[in-house]
Design a protein around this ligand. Sequence first.
Ligand SMILES: C=CC1=C(C)c2cc3[nH]c(cc4nc(cc5[nH]c(cc1n2)c(C)c5CCC(=O)O)C(CCC(=O)O)=C4C)c(C)c3C=C
Ligand SMILES: [Fe+2]
Length: 428
Amino acid sequence: MTTLRDRRDDPADPDERRRLSRRSFLGGGVAGLAAGALAGGLGGAAIAHARADEDAPADVSETAVPFYDQTHQGGIATPPQRYVVFASYDLTTTDAGDLQVLLARWSASIAQLQAGRNLGTVEPSRPSGVPTDTGEAADLGPNALTVTLGLGPGVFDDRFGLARHRPARFDHLPELPSDRLDPKLTGGDLSLQACAEDPQVAYHAIRDLSRLARGTAVVRWTVMGFGRASAGKGQTTPRNLMGFKDGTRNIKTDADLDQFVWHDGTDQAWMQGGTYQVARKIQMNIENWDADQIGDQHAVFGRTKQEGAPLSGTQEFDTPDFARKDASGELVIPATSHVALAAHENNGGLKILRRSYNFTDGMDEYGQINAGLLFIAYMNDPAAFVTMQTKLGRSDRLNEYISHVGSGVFAVPPAPATGHYVAEPLFG
Ligand SMILES: C=CC1=C(C)c2cc3[nH]c(cc4nc(cc5[nH]c(cc1n2)c(C)c5CCC(=O)O)C(CCC(=O)O)=C4C)c(C)c3C=C
Ligand SMILES: [Fe+2]
């Protein structure tokens, strides 16, 4: 499966930003209007933000990521934006037709939102009219918004008659070592991951898409995240709330995406070009971490804090030497450090694409900081996560400072062609 287009669409590159904006503007007309009509007869969408001027100064608020006619949905291999709002939904219907309509309305609406348009009218002309768009993103521009739509394992249970379409590798995640999952933060029939360079744009997308779901699905759990804690190709490595660079050895090449992330369609053709999404809400015991000595913090991750270098090297991108020993015969990168346990060299070559975000929920009832990592990862077999987390959950030195409290796994189909919708082949 080719991924060139996804990798090229890098809003960090000023030329690419202009190209994306221009392409969305030029390509958005007919398709956008058709999509707007499908999204519930919502006319009057304004193309206010995309620019046709190739020489206009780059502005990330003007960047639009195309939705239709891509090999893969956005928000997976497209460059991570600074903010996320993640939502999992429970279906409240048992009618496959209702699910079909929701997926069609969501798809058409996501296309509008990613182009920087409102979902219909913010200000109806008649005083008795109710706005179809809540309006808080009306002046903000597309801000590289991507909304990634996933289907939970429950979609393929006996409720909708879709069991024959369930991919063989796709099921609920098993209970894993060290899990402390809160049922209220776990599972879901559908997921939406809205990422954007402006938090209000991401929030607006989830708010208005949730409105559209009324009568068919309700929000089960959500996380608002900031400070992308993962690096895409060409991006500097951000830091997580423990102060460490996160994403240094993330998947960054098309070859790795093809091998580890994109589904090849074997056993279920509708998933070709799709992937699986694992979302984990991981709480950090921040006060304890902040009181820890720097030597132990280094040993927990197997990397230095300031530079982010493996303990066997000096520079961030040095290849870790997991066999290297110090003068007293101890491994320089401890065997129970986070990176030693997670590295592909020590897991039969296994890799996953991470797309995590920091989150905070303020303070808990004990006056402690309630914050952590919304860990999101993409892979072509959820068993990759299960294998890794089984190992990490058993032995990771990081476990003293974190708890997995929320969880979900979702099948993410490929992007639809213009005029079609995500997962449409399920209803053929
Ligand atoms: C099951 C998979 C993983 C979970 C869960 C996870 C949680 C988690 N990770 C950090 C911080 C860091 N992780 C780093 C590397 C890293 N982590 C995983 C997987 C999971 N992490 C992998 C596969 C890797 C790459 C290992 C390698 O090849 O070396 C790093 C180091 C920098 C980097 O390469 O990204 C940090 C830092 C936290 C804080 C966390 C849960 C809260
Ligand atoms: Fe990690």
